[in-house]
Design a binder for this molecule. Structure first.
Ligand SMILES: Nc1ncnc2c1ncn2[C@@H]1O[C@H](COP(=O)(O)OP(=O)(O)OP(=O)(O)O)[C@@H](O)[C@H]1O
Ligand SMILES: [Mg+2]
Length: 316
């Protein structure tokens, strides 16, 4: 069956360590726990959409190794369409080493490996997946993969007049010609600064960058704020949407939940403001649980949190 939610992006095998030691000390440090999980931005967004009952297709690249099993098995179990995922014998599956300290603020060491190693036939799969998508489908992308794959996807989706929603990861790789093709973008503050080429050191700077991105051709800009919530910038205005206070357990994958929720809400016909509210609701729930994919909410949890977020937004 054709999908209405496409996700082109990174697919990683995550190795997660809970730590209480200060990583900046160097040397050999103890980890409290160790987990092997599926991760990657493209994979996280696709899994979240599928979990919410939307037919999703993942487009990405893995190695011919057992790490690919780790990265793909939980996705396969959800019934997600993996026909856009190709395998290379030239590079291992991407690996993310994630250290999560007690405050949930993770540090990630990422080896992109297969995510950045695409050949002609895998690029053809990108075209095919976009061609086969349902009319009215959305394409979500991140920039943690080969720029060539992103470029081909942008061209193919633009041809089909498909709305494209981007995460802001690897902000330095986001070019002005990309921005013009995007319907929405959801970078965090650092990524927004890197895209605009501006050092951000205050809330005023964040607002200025959100406005700049909205003026550069993207219709909906959601800048994810580091302590929760976002700045929503559209052609006319910038507004702040706050997150309800929660206990932060683990921020891994929370930004991906945000981007996916914005895309899902837009796909389902919500306004830009409601889409941003859904983004904040999803990331708030994602930081409240351990891990990334396993912390993503179901539909009723998401709707309930979205109502709480909306209650905190002043009426216009
Ligand atoms: N205290 C908090 N309460 C609610 N949300 C939070 C809180 N702290 C951070 N967040 C949200 O968590 C998300 C973190 O995503 P961000 O994209 O910045 O992280 P990242 O390092 O790129 O990792 P990833 O994208 O893999 O999650 C953002 O949406 C941010 O607003
Ligand atoms: Mg992010």
């Amino acid at each position: 069956m054709p999908s209405s939610f496409l996700s082109l992006g990174s697919i990683n095998a995550d190795f997660q360590f809970e730590v209480s030691a200060d990583l900046s000390e160097g040397g050999t440090l103890p980890a409290k726990t160790f987990l092997q999980r599926a991760g990657g931005k493209g994979a996280n967004r696709a899994l979240f959409a599928q979990k919410l009952g939307i037919g999703a297709t993942l487009i990405g690249r893995v190695g011919d190794d057992h790490f690919a099993g780790q990265a793909l098995q939980p996705l396969r179990q959800t019934g997600l369409d993996l026909s856009g995922v190709s395998v290379t014998a030239e590079s291992p599956t991407a690996i993310a080493m994630i250290a999560v300290p007690e405050n949930g603020d993770k540090t990630i060491l990422l080896a992109s490996n297969a995510n950045r190693d695409w050949d002609d036939s895998s690029l053809d799969l990108v075209r095919q997946a976009i061609k086969q998508a349902e009319a009215g489908a959305v394409l979500t992308i991140d920039f943690e993969i080969s720029p060539e794959a992103v470029e081909i996807a942008l061209q193919a989706a633009t041809q089909r007049q498909m709305r494209i929603i981007a995460d802001g990861s690897f902000g330095k790789d986001v070019k002005p010609e990309h921005l013009r093709r995007l319907h929405a973008i959801a970078p965090n503050v650092q990524e927004a600064g890197a895209i605009a080429g501006i050092e951000i050191s205050s809330d005023t700077d964040s607002e200025r960058v959100a406005r700049m991105l909205a003026e550069s051709g993207v219709e909906i800009v959601c800048v994810k704020l580091s302590d929760g919530g976002c700045l929503l910038a559209t052609a006319g205005a910038v507004e702040r949407i706050n997150s309800p206070p929660v206990e932060v357990v683990d921020k891994t994958g929370a930004g991906d939940a945000f981007t996916a929720a914005v895309a899902i809400a837009l796909l389902e016909g919500h306004s830009p403001r409601d889409a941003a509210i859904y983004g904040v609701a999803a990331s708030t729930l994602a930081v409240s649980g351990k891990g990334s994919q396993e912390a993503y909410p179901n539909r009723s949890e998401l709707d309930q949190m979205a109502r709480r977020v909306a209650d905190g937004v002043p009426a216009r």
